[in-house]
Write a new protein. Structure first.
Length: 417
């Protein structure tokens, strides 16, 4: 292929689940690497030909050919180069599949010439676990030769004393990715799909002088189904506390939890001062989810005695963000969208302009309360408080999350080569 293995910019992907597969698809389009090595950890079907079929089509996004070429009529060319060594080419782009090892420390990334790995298994989420742990650790990738690892899920650090370590940052592209320090950060988390969308929704609000004084906030994500749910009812594991997770994803709206609020604090620390509540409502669709953000601001009145923060003011905040600092990451849409309209749409979040609403009320502080704090010479005080409801769409698989993950991966890689 022209270059020696040491000269190639090769990306490693560990795991071929939803995010692993779509990460491959992303890089087949972006072509910012010279090739990809994917560790599947086992034989898929009867061999390489079956594996190629698995990566060539998707029940949510269609065929790989249409994904890359649309309706142009052009056909992608897939060549099986070497069955024994798992080598194929897609339109001349080299891909190698590994099927021997599941423990990260045993995947010989150094031999393969891979310096950066995206771990998409969802299994190795604690970077404080020893790299040679027999059950496996994300740090094992470093023993195997990788220099940088990006985890496609939030960290779950069991040792609370190490939970806030600056050595293991959570980064979202377009929010805080420039805080990446190549000298210090070797394993980073790319957060979750919901945190990615939520962070881009709240960032412009916290950067505006009128809306950055938040009293309280909460969000619900109306979330598409994931592979963590059961297709049909199943029996919960021993010690399970949430029996709803084992109910059929096909038949019900299922209340669930989300760690988006906790992860958001790691990405935008300003959130810590007012706190954040979050929950998830799982619905029977395959992708594209909706964040319903409820947020209450300390407000003020204008010279006419009208609320300064209103729907028009919030519209302008998001219009400005979409054209400026969050261009191509946050979109402002005046269309009346349904979820299918955002399938594959490459934005971290799409603001549903038709559903921005505000209401201003007044916090009344009585004379008795004022007297109790030594302000007896004041009359009753009415403080304006504005509550807002904002909706944001995000394709929790490819469009929002994998695109954000891909951009972060390319940013980290730019500090290697």
């Amino acid at each position: 292929m022209g270059m020696s293995i040491k000269e190639k910019k090769l990306l490693g992907i560990n795991g071929l689940g939803r995010i692993g597969k779509l990460t491959l698809w992303y890089h087949l389009i972006s072509r910012n690497f010279d090739g990809i090595v994917i560790n599947v950890g086992r034989v898929v079907g009867k061999g390489l030909e079956d594996l190629v079929q698995v990566i060539s089509s998707d029940s949510t996004y269609g065929t790989l050919n249409h994904f890359i070429n649309g309706n142009s009529g052009r056909k992608i060319k897939i060549k099986l180069i070497d069955e024994l060594n798992g080598l194929i080419e897609i339109d001349g782009f080299p891909i190698k599949f590994l099927n021997k090892e599941r423990n990260p420390q045993n995947i010989n990334w150094k031999k393969e010439g891979v310096k950066i790995v995206v771990d998409c298994t969802g299994k190795f989420l604690d970077p404080t676990i020893s790299s040679n742990d027999p059950k496996g650790s994300v740090m094992g990738h470093t023993i195997a030769g990788a220099e940088k690892i990006i985890v496609s899920a939030p960290f779950k650090i069991k040792n609370k004393l190490l939970e806030d370590s600056d050595s293991f940052p959570t980064l979202i592209y377009g929010i805080n990715h420039t805080s990446y320090d190549p000298q210090k950060h070797h394993v980073v988390s790319a957060a979750s799909c919901t945190t990615t969308g939520l962070a881009h929704m709240i960032k412009p609000l916290l950067e505006d002088k009128e809306t950055n004084d938040v009293l309280t906030a909460s969000m619900s994500t109306v979330h598409a189904a994931t592979n963590t749910q059961s297709v049909l009812d199943s029996v919960p594991k021993t010690g399970a506390t949430d029996l709803r997770k084992n109910r059929s994803v096909l038949n019900s709206i299922i209340l669930s939890s989300t760690g988006a609020a906790k992860t958001l604090e790691k990405v935008i620390p300003q959130v810590i001062k007012f706190g954040f509540m979050a929950d998830s409502i799982r619905i029977p669709t395959t992708t594209v989810s909706l964040i319903s953000l409820n947020i209450t601001f300390n407000s003020r009145l204008d010279e006419n005695g009208l609320p300064y923060i209103n729907a028009e003011y919030l519209h302008n905040i998001y219009k400005t963000a979409a054209k400026g600092p969050q261009k191509d990451l946050l979109y402002y849409s005046a269309n009346q969208n349904v979820s299918l309209d955002l399938l594959g749409f490459p934005a971290a979040v799409v603001i549903e302009a038709n559903e921005i609403h505000t209401r201003t009320g007044f916090l009344q502080i009585s004379t008795d309360v004022l007297c109790s704090v030594g302000m007896s010479d004041m009359q009753e005080v009415n403080i304006p408080v504005t509550h807002a409801k904002i909706m944001g769409w995000y394709d929790n698989e490819y469009g929002s999350y994998v695109n954000s993950l891909g951009r972060l991966t390319e940013y980290v890689a730019s500090h290697i080569w």
